[in-house]
Design a protein around this ligand. Sequence first.
Ligand code: CUA
Length: 384
Amino acid sequence: MDAERSNTTNSSPVLWIIAAFALLILGGLLIAETAPLILPPEASAEAQQVDNLFKILLAIGGAIFLLVQGALVFSVIRFRARPGDKSDGVALHGNATLEFVWTAIPAVIVLILSIISFQVWVSTTSAKDNEMVVNVTGARFTWSFSYAVPDHENLKVNSSTLHTYVGQSLKMVMQSADVNHAFYIPAMRIKQDLLVGRTTEIRFTPTLAGDYPVFCAELCGSGHGSMRARIVVHPDEATYLSWFDDEVNVLLNPPADPVVRGQQILSSGQYPCAGCHTLTELGWTGVTGPNQNGLADRVVKTRVAATGLTPEEYLLHSLYHPSEYLVPGFGNLMPQFQANDPNAPSYMPVEDMEAIVAYLCTLEASGENVCNLDNLQSLASQLK
Ligand code: CUA
């Protein structure tokens, strides 16, 4: 048996080692090329850089995985106890050369990886030419995107969907209205936390037209899983501008009817209502807060008697001071909207609030308005 063993080890071990390393390299490359196939499309310039770095990590990690598991399987078979062999294994007391080698090689690999990673980080986060700035507000449990309007300093286009176009570099300037969130677009390979009391930024340049999901990647409460939005990457600037100009038009020519205006404001996604409330008419499906279907009916039937307020008084007060009018069974999670501080993340000007209340007053079976709109207007003007 000894003769047989020495025969196999003597049959050109160098060739065996070269063959084994060739297999490891091939295996690592195979893993690096196939594993990323399950990822979403690479829809940004940053995605290609991040994926290339990821492939390098996968190739090295895959080869090391095959080396360790291969050595384990080889040893189990090659050095197993033969029948009748009751002897102890050989006593080993370390091998300084081997330990030096297996410390030095990973150290070099980690050093190279950190240099490449740093280059990718600098390249993806550095300022680009002609960036479009989009302000992002994360609030339990929705995203809101806000665009400046050229030549109209006080005008902002607000949307619950992020719009942009191929080749336009974006700078997202992000604030949270309540707790920490994380802005995450898998197709763009970007993720950045939103931190309470701080402004954070992330940049990317879309390269592939399409419609991709946006997620929250930081556990922020019971509705975290539904804190989603979409990013629409238009194929060119003209298509993007046709969306943007329509939005600006609506802002410049607001409907005279406060009910229509209120509905428009709510469906724009400017305020984070959809993440928590259900309102079938606007496509809201949140369940963290009270259902808004038939709200006006319930206000008239139960809240007016309970609070001694008129429906418009009740709605106006409860929207600005939600904690004082908690509906039984629901927590104190609604943002405290600020009427007079334009810089607060939860700023809601009185005009918007008035229009929203006017619309909410129509949420009853017959669609009639249960509020006195003149009284609503005078209540609102007192808040200014
Ligand atoms: Cu916001 Cu999770």
